[in-house]
Design a protein around this ligand. Structure first.
Ligand code: C2E
Ligand code: MG
Ligand code: MG
Length: 738
């Protein structure tokens, strides 16, 4: 233990004791000299008083020193600190009580064995002894962390700092040490290191734009084998300049806005140049005594891809790749918000007769057609607007800066482009489109109204013969709802016998003799009045109602023919219009056969008029037409030329007659082509062995031209309008007056 009495005090006390004995001797030998005697007595009294005072001071100092030592020890003990000091000169060793807490051994044990501290070092950490020795050789204080095994067997982490002291001559005179228990800190560090290393996230510490630390997951993400290879590397090797800016902006925000953590997304470029999207969290931390940036990043590449797919699915049409309805609406809304004075046009497109392709050729062909249509539309619009698919065969277009010229030009371009056939493998498809147009701000100022009005205008385009474009006007508002109402009414019409059949004569042009009559449906609805077949037949076709209606027509016409026959009209053919939809019914040929049998009809007297749309499914049509031909009925192609099929195609089918569409007959009086197309069709038709009937003859001039160009037969208002059976009967009896 350290002595607490100061040296000078000891000397004074010794001197005083000597003086005191000296006085006693003097007193004994000079008793007769009173003066001397008294002076000795005085000196002795003073000496005694001084001695008492000195002893008192000595006691107080000793007590204070003891107390302050105790205080120091208490402090060390409360800190869980062990302190030891070895004075090599005196050989004195001091160890504080705290060592017992640290090592679990008695203080005495350390005094007994100065090497005990070495003996309890964990065998795996014994190397620190050599390290310490080397360090001390350089006369430097030494700090080492190592584990010890306490007397109770527990393993604790110790931080041991040794401070060597040298005298003026450089001799090693003292070695003191301070030992702390750092187990909790060490375990905490280990725990954090474990978390950082085992984390699947990218964790790095950046200082001066260099990597001071990166975990294993981080190095893997960067495509680098060992994380240690990355220490000291500049982050610009892995992050693009704009993304470096993102980091610096995030740091600025932390400083300026007082955020603790900031989050953002960035892309890192791996060693193999692949890009990885990361969701980053960033914060300032002290690292190895300096301010650094801790970045934690999570790989969100897959999530981003999934997001993109979901976004694509939500905003794009999977079949055509075009933007879908949602995207269109969003885009239109944005344009409306930022339009200022910009005029916008919404074009609603519906493919004409697409349903026929789908029904006859199957859905995969239908899908293919839609894909080709999408390409065609995109090519027609280019960057002048947005093309989207609404679903089915409907497309929506948005034209920016829509001047009248631009709207006209693009609409016409689309109509023209669609006049070219589409090819799928060896098949040729003619798909036309009807376009309805609404304009912002005249026809509406919100997305919903503009689309609805363009849709309405599209119905007008359908109504006006399809394959054209129409502008919206407020009078059209009831059009589409009308379609739905008509559908309901048409069902009732069939049940309630509201349908009737008119007949229009077909005439031999050279003799003006009626050789046939065409049956044409009429519907007089109690609710809506007389409705044109051009309006209700497409509805019947779309809904499939045409099948029972067609069966009813065939039945009625055959009955009528039978009646006329029994009334003396022996040589008359009846022509019945047949929709493709009817021909798809498996039993169609059989139905015809039944009707013929039932009414004892000469099959040659029954003519079936089929439109060119049968060409869309040539295999099935060929089978059905051959079955019909076998029954002996006459087959004709109605409205020839309207549907763009070529005559040479028809020669493979068992067709007897071609009915030239009214539009070519109209051309006869048109000075620009003087009926040249009609003439060409007649010639080619004859070459291929078809009988030719011209439709829609309204003027004598047309009849004459056709007759002069070897067209055998004709039909039209010039000869007779369609009329009820009774009236036609009169004509049949007495003949035409022309
Ligand atoms: P379509 O078979 O081509 O019939 C000829 C159409 O032209 C008839 O119209 C007829 O009234 C009209 N027409 C005849 N001559 C002239 C003329 O000189 N000038 C003008 N401007 N028009 C003339 P309608 O009766 O309105 O029938 C329209 C279409 O409805 C028919 O065209 C046909 O495709 C269809 N249709 C009529 N009845 C039936 C039916 O029972 N079944 C089927 N599937 N379709 C039918
Ligand atoms: Mg017809
Ligand atoms: Mg026709």
């Amino acid at each position: 233990m350290m002595s607490t009495e100061p040296k000078w005090l000891k000397i004074i006390i010794s001197v005083m004791i000597v003086i005191f004995f000296n006085q006693v001797v003097l007193f004994i030998f000079h008793l007769n000299d009173l003066f001397l005697h008294l002076s000795y007595v005085m000196v002795n009294i003073v000496t005694i008083i001084l001695t008492i005072v000195m002893l008192f001071v000595l006691r107080r100092t000793t007590n204070e020193l003891r107390k302050s030592n105790q205080k120091l020890n208490n402090i060390f003990d409360s800190l869980n600190v062990a302190v030891w000091s070895h004075d090599f000169k005196s050989g004195h060793v001091f160890i504080n009580q705290g060592i017992e807490k640290l090592y679990g051994y008695n203080l005495k044990d350390f005094y007994k064995d100065y090497d005990l501290w070495k003996k309890v070092i964990h065998p795996d950490d014994l190397n620190i002894l050599t390290e310490r020795a080397q360090q001390l050789e350089q006369r430097k204080p030494v700090t080492s962390n190592y584990r010890i095994i306490r007397q109770d067997g527990d393993v604790r982490w110790i931080q041991d700092t040794g401070i060597p002291t040298y005298d003026d001559k450089g001799n090693f005179v003292n070695f003191s040490g301070v030992l702390f228990d750092i187990t909790d800190q060490k375990e905490g560090e280990e725990r954090y290191r474990g978390i950082v290393e085992l984390s699947p996230d990218f964790i790095a510490v950046i200082r001066n734009w260099k990597l001071d630390f990166i975990n294993e997951a981080g190095s893997k993400l960067l495509g680098v084998e060992s994380q240690f290879d990355l220490f000291g590397k500049s982050i610009t090797e892995f992050v693009s300049v704009p993304d470096v800016r993102k980091i610096s902006d995030a740091l600025l925000e932390i400083e300026n806005k007082g955020y603790h953590i900031n989050r953002f997304e960035l892309q890192i470029i791996r060693n193999d140049q692949k890009k990885v999207d990361l969701e980053m969290s960033i914060m300032r931390i002290p690292y190895e005594g300096k301010v650094a940036t801790l970045v934690v990043g999570r790989d969100i590449t897959e999530r981003k891809k999934a997001d993109q797919i979901i976004h694509h699915m939500a905003y794009y049409d999977t079949l055509t790749g075009l933007p879908n309805r949602n995207m269109f609406k969003e885009h239109l809304n944005n344009r409306l918000l930022n339009s200022e004075d910009e005029k916008l046009a919404v074009l609603f497109l519906d493919l004409d007769r697409f349903k026929v392709i789908n029904d006859t050729k199957g859905h995969s062909t239908g899908d293919h057609v839609l894909q080709l249509v999408a390409k065609r539309l995109s090519a027609a619009v280019l960057d002048e607007g947005l093309v989207s698919r609404q679903g089915g065969d409907e497309f929506l277009l948005l034209l920016n800066d829509a001047t009248n010229d631009k709207i006209e030009c693009i609409s016409q371009r689309i109509i023209n482009d669609f006049s070219q056939p589409l090819y799928i493998e060896d098949d040729e498809f003619f798909v036309t489109t009807s376009i309805g147009i609404s304009i912002y701000p005249i026809d509406g100022d919100d997305q919903e109204t503009l689309i609805k009005n363009a849709d309405t205008a599209m119905y007008l385009a359908k109504d006006r013969g399809k394959n054209n474009y129409q502008y919206y006007n407020p009078n059209l508002n009831n059009l589409s709802t009308r379609k739905m109402k008509l559908e309901v009414e048409l069902r009732k019409a069939l049940e309630n016998d509201q349908l009737t059949i008119y007949y229009q004569p077909q005439v031999e042009l050279s003799t003006k003799k009626i050789i046939a009559v065409e049956a044409l449906l009429r519907w007089n609805s109690p609710k809506y009045g007389s409705i044109s077949p051009t309006e209700f037949i497409p509805i019947a076709e779309e809904t499939g109602l045409i099948v029972p209606i067609g069966r009813w027509v065939l039945q009625k016409v055959s009955e009528q023919h039978k009646q006329w026959k029994s009334a003396g009209i022996t040589s008359l053919r009846v022509a019945v219009n047949v929709s493709v939809r009817q021909m798809q019914e498996n039993c169609f040929a059989n139905d015809v056969k039944q009707v013929i049998k039932e009414h004892d009809l000469n099959p040659l007297d029954l003519e079936l008029e089929i439109t060119e749309s049968i060409m869309q499914n040539i295999e099935n049509s060929t089978i059905v037409l051959n079955e019909l031909k076998e029954l002996g009925v006459t087959l004709s192609i109605d409205d020839f030329g309207k549907g763009y099929s070529s005559l040479s195609y028809l020669k493979h089918l068992p067709i007897d007659t071609i009915k030239i569409d009214k539009s070519f007959v109209d051309d006869i009086c048109d000075t620009s082509n003087n009926g040249s197309i009609a003439k060409a069709i007649i010639d080619m038709g004859h070459n291929l062995g078809f009988t030719i009937v011209a439709e829609g003859i309204e003027q004598e001039e047309q009849a004459e031209f056709l007759k002069g160009n070897s067209c055998e037969y004709g039909q039209g208002y010039f000869f007779s309008k369609p009329m009820p059976a009774e009236k036609v009967f009169l004509l049949l009896e007495k003949g035409l007056d022309r």
